[in-house]
Design a protein around this ligand. Structure first.
Ligand code: MG
Ligand code: ZN
Length: 218
C-alpha cells in the first residue's frame, strides 16, 4: 500500500520538526496552544478577548494560520500580541514546518504564551502535531450540536473544549447538554469552558485556567 506509506512518512517527518519546536519553546519557558475549530466558531475573537485581558500581565505571541488574507493577524496585532501570519494558499491545515518558519520571524524574548490559530477545519488539523503543549477545540452554538459526534477525532485529541456564542442559546437549536455528553463520551478527560466572546460571559474562568496553565499549576 504505497499511498499509506507515503502518508505515514510525511507525518513522521512532521513529528520530528514538531519535537524540535516543542523543545525550543520549552527551553524558552513558552507554553503553546494549538487552537482549532470550524470556520467562524470564534478562534480569532477568543484570542482578541484573551489578549486584551492578559495585556500588561504577560507577553503573548500568536501564529495566525489562514488560507488567504491577513485580516485576522491585523486584529490580533491590534489587540496587542506579537503576531506572524501564515498563508497556506490553499492548504487546509498547518504543518510543523510552517510553524518553524513562522517562529524564525518572531521575537520570542519575554514571551510566556504562544497561540497557534490553525486553519478553520475540524478534520485534518487533528492529525498534525505542531509542537504544542495542548490542543483546544472551539465549538460554537451557531454551528449545530452534532459536531463532537461527527468529528470525533478532533475532540479525542483535544484537552480543552471551549463552547463559544452562548449568548445566542435562546435563538438557536443547540443543546449544551448534548454537546457535553457527546464530547465527554469521546474524551472523558476533556475540560469544558462555556463562553460568550460578545458579552464576556465565562471569560474570567477561561483566563483563570489559562494563568494556571502558564504557571504550570494545571
Ligand atoms: Mg481566524
Ligand atoms: Zn488539511
Amino acid at each position: 500500500m504505497p499511498k499509506i506509506t507515503i502518508a505515514q512518512n510525511i507525518l513522521a517527518a512532521n513529528d520530528i520538526i514538531a519535537q524540535d519546536i516543542h523543545q525550543l519553546l520549552t527551553i524558552r519557558g513558552i507554553r503553546t496552544i494549538n487552537m482549532m475549530s470550524s470556520p467562524g466558531a470564534g478562534k480569532t475573537t477568543l484570542l482578541e478577548r484573551t489578549i486584551e485581558r492578559l495585556r500588561g500581565q504577560l507577553e503573548v505571541g500568536v501564529i495566525e494560520g489562514d488560507i488567504e488574507t491577513g485580516n485576522d493577524a491585523e486584529r490580533i496585532e491590534a489587540a496587542g500580541a506579537e503576531t506572524v501570519q501564515i498563508n497556506t494558499q490553499g492548504a487546509c491545515h498547518l504543518e510543523a514546518h510552517m510553524v518553524q518558519d513562522a517562529l524564525k520571524e518572531m521575537n520570542l524574548t519575554g514571551m510566556r504564551l504562544l497561540f497557534i490559530e490553525n486553519i478553520g477545519n475540524l478534520v485534518c488539523p487533528a492529525a498534525w502535531d505542531l509542537g504544542e503543549d495542548i490542543r483546544i477545540v472551539i465549538a460554537s452554538t451557531t454551528e449545530g450540536d452534532d459536531k463532537p459526534a461527527k468529528y470525533p477525532q478532533m475532540f479525542a485529541i483535544s484537552q480543552i473544549m471551549v463552547v463559544n456564542k452562548i449568548d445566542l442559546l435562546p435563538y438557536v437549536d443547540y443543546s449544551l447538554e448534548k454537546v457535553r455528553r457527546q464530547a465527554l463520551a469521546i474524551n472523558p478527560n476533556l475540560r469544558i469552558f462555556e463562553v460568550s466572546c460578545r458579552t464576556g460571559d465565562g471569560l474570567d474562568a477561561w483566563c483563570e485556567w489559562l494563568s494556571a496553565f502558564i504557571n504550570g499549576t494545571t
